[in-house]
Every structure is written in C-alpha cells, then in structure tokens.
Design a binder for this molecule. Structure first.
Ligand code: BGC
Length: 364
C-alpha cells in the first residue's frame, strides 16, 4: 500500500519535471521539424592506438564546442557488447546523430541499422562498416596511407643500401576494413619488388584487434621463423611498429632494420628520432573530426550536404557519400610539421633525453 502511494508520487514528480523541460525549449512549437543537434560518438578502444583518446576525443570536442552543439563521446574499450549497449543508451537519450568507429562490420551494422530505424542520422567515422547503412563515411584515403608506408620502407631500405631485403608484414586487424586498404596500398609498392626478386617476401601476419602486446609475440615468432633474417618491417601503425622494435631491441637489431608506422603518435615520433623507426604517416585528425562534426550537424538540421565523393562498399554494393582526407608521410626531417599542426606538442615529443635529438632534427 505504502509502496503504491510512493510510486504515484514519483511518477507525478517526473511528469511535472518533464512538462516543465518541454515548455522551456519548444519556443517554435511542434511544427518545427529541424532537431537541436546532439551528437553521440563511440570510439573503439584506447590501446590499439593512442590517437582515439589523445587526438580524436580532443578534436571532436573542439569541433562540437566551436559549433555549440551537445555531445556525448564514449569509448567501447574493444568490447563489442559494450559498444552495442552504449549505442542503445545514446539512442534512448535522444541523440540526433551517431558517429561510430566500428569494432567489426557485424556489430557496426547492427548499431547503424538500429539507429536508422529510430530516425537517428549515422556516420561511419574513420572505418567503413561493410554492408552497413551509414549516411556518410569520413576518413582518410587509406590506400594512400598504405602506399606511403610501402614507399617509406623502400626509401629507408635504399638509404641503408640493403640488397635483396627480406620484408615482414605486421598487418592491422582482420576485422578492420582500413587494414585491408592499408595492405592494398603497401602491396601496390612492394609486390612488384617481390615479383621482380628485388625484395624477398618474409613472414606476414594480421594482428587481431591491432593488439600491440600480441603484435610483439607475433613478431618474435616471425623473427624466429626467418632465422633472424628480417631486413625491413611493414608495420601498419605506430603501436605495431613499437612492438616490432621492442623485439628487435632484444636482439640488438633496432636501428638496423627499418620499421614503418602510422598515426604520428608521440611514441612513434620518438622512435623515429632514435633511428629505430623509419617513418610514420600523419593523418590530420582535427580535419577529420571537423568534417564529421559538420555533417552530423547538417543532418540534425535536416540538411543534405554534398561531399562530392563516394566510396563503394564492397559488401553492400552501396556508393557511400564520403569525405576522404589526405595523409602525409613523416620522416625525421618533417616531424616538426606534426608539432606545428598542433597534433602533438614539442614538450611531449622532446621531453628529457629526446631534447637533443629534437634539436638535431631541427625542432626548435
Ligand atoms: C585507424 C588507424 C589506427 C588503427 C588502430 C585504424 O582503423 O585508421 O589510425 O591506428 O585503426 O586503432
């Protein structure tokens, strides 16, 4: 009996609160079709690359704050169930647009389809969801990312005067469409060299979920399999590159075997300064975040923005309206460009023992 009265009282309070809130923001009345933008973002994890928490979160916040829109950025920490729960909560909380970096295309598609069925606008951020239904795809030209890595490795092997070098591959996650595109890019440079017997194809493995710790184990096995004869490592990002470097160090081979990377992380840039890493690929995440934010806001207002470009989803066969930005190769000489762009700070990169190496690399 008592419980019943209490319940009614609580419901009464909630109703009153709800009505008050509604009256406050409905100045233009229910006929107004444009929604007040509220953007939900689901980042994939914080371990496969430092970028998601140090760059993407920061630049997305910057873009949303500048545009004066409400937002909610969460990280699924590589947990597919959590990914779906976060999406459900965001949809229930009334987001007008959902931006996802999928953990795989299956769960990505489920989330996108559900959002769509509830009238929530959707954007594939950085990774295309194969067979998915996102209204836009915002990323970089990922085949070019891979091409820059392949060219970088060739440049570093040439600089070292390597003859018939054995090249090992540490590919990204098999469930990430970007990993496929990166590989297409570096294969386009390196396969002709293998075919011409100029280079020798060494061991190749994909690293599940881009797991850096697992990458070290995998690379150690590769090195054993190749009897210690690996002359160059095509690592798909800085985290995988650092894993390979840690094993090369154990074998006193660091600095002798060029390793590639991607993301211009502080660690990757420091490995380049040390001479342990050959190059990285810088992707201006600030521009990626701004492009995605602009599209999400336009969608909330019921506007249709032309992107002038589409990407074919190889699984769904759809031409997805896309924004693809241009990546840039980074060597010791132009690390300063990444700092000048505000992606990392000189204080981080040039801390402690790196100060002298920074000065030598012209970072002032
Ligand atoms: C991103 C890379 C990142 C990797 C691991 C890819 O989809 O494009 O920038 O290093 O995922 O998180």
């Amino acid at each position: 009996m008592r419980k019943g009265i209490l319940t009614i009282a609580v419901v009464g309070l909630l109703t009153t609160g709800g009505l008050t809130a509604c009256g406050d923001d409905s100045g233009s009345g229910p006929a107004d079709s444009a929604k007040t933008p509220k953007i939900g973002v689901i980042l994939p994890d914080s371990k496969s690359s430092a970028r998601w928490e140090t760059a993407d979160r920061r630049f997305l916040e910057e873009a949303f704050k500048t545009a004066g829109v409400q937002y909610d950025i969460q990280n699924a920490q590589n947990d597919k169930t959590a990914f779906q729960t976060i999406a459900d909560q965001m949809i229930t909380s009334g987001v007008t647009a959902l931006m996802i970096v999928n953990l795989d295309s299956g769960t990505g598609k489920a989330v996108l389809d559900k959002a769509k069925s509830q009238g929530v606008a959707t954007i594939d951020y950085d990774r295309l969801t194969l067979g998915g239904s996102a209204q836009y795809y915002v990323s970089f030209d990922n085949e070019t990312v891979g091409k820059l890595q392949g060219e970088g490795l060739v440049k570093c092997l040439t600089d070292q005067g390597a003859k018939n070098p054995v090249v090992a591959y540490l590919n990204g996650s098999p469930t990430d469409n970007n990993a496929t595109l990166f590989k297409n890019g570096y294969d386009s440079v390196l396969k002709p060299k293998f075919d011409a017997k100029e280079y020798v194809k060494g061991p190749e493995d994909a690293v599940p979920a881009w797991d850096n710790a697992q990458a070290a184990t995998i690379f150690e096995q590769q090195l054993t399999k190749a009897s210690g004869k690996i002359d160059g490592v095509l690592a798909a990002n800085d985290g995988l590159g650092n894993a390979a470097i840690s094993i090369l160090k154990k074998n006193k081979l660091n600095g002798k075997v060029p390793v590639t990377g991607q993301d211009a992380s502080t660690e990757g840039l420091q490995n380049i300064l040390l001479g342990d890493q050959c190059m990285t690929v810088y992707k201006a995440v600030r521009e990626e975040a701004k492009a995605a934010s602009d599209l999400a806001i336009a969608l909330a207002k019921g506007e249709k923005k032309e992107t002038g470009q589409t990407v074919k989803d190889p699984e769904g066969g759809r031409d997805v309206p896309s924004v693809l930005l241009t990546p840039k190769a980074i060597y010791k000489e132009n690390i300063k460009d990444v700092i000048a762009d505000g992606y990392v700070t000189k204080e981080e990169v040039c801390a402690g023992t790196y100060a002298k190496l920074c000065a030598d690399a012209g970072i002032s």
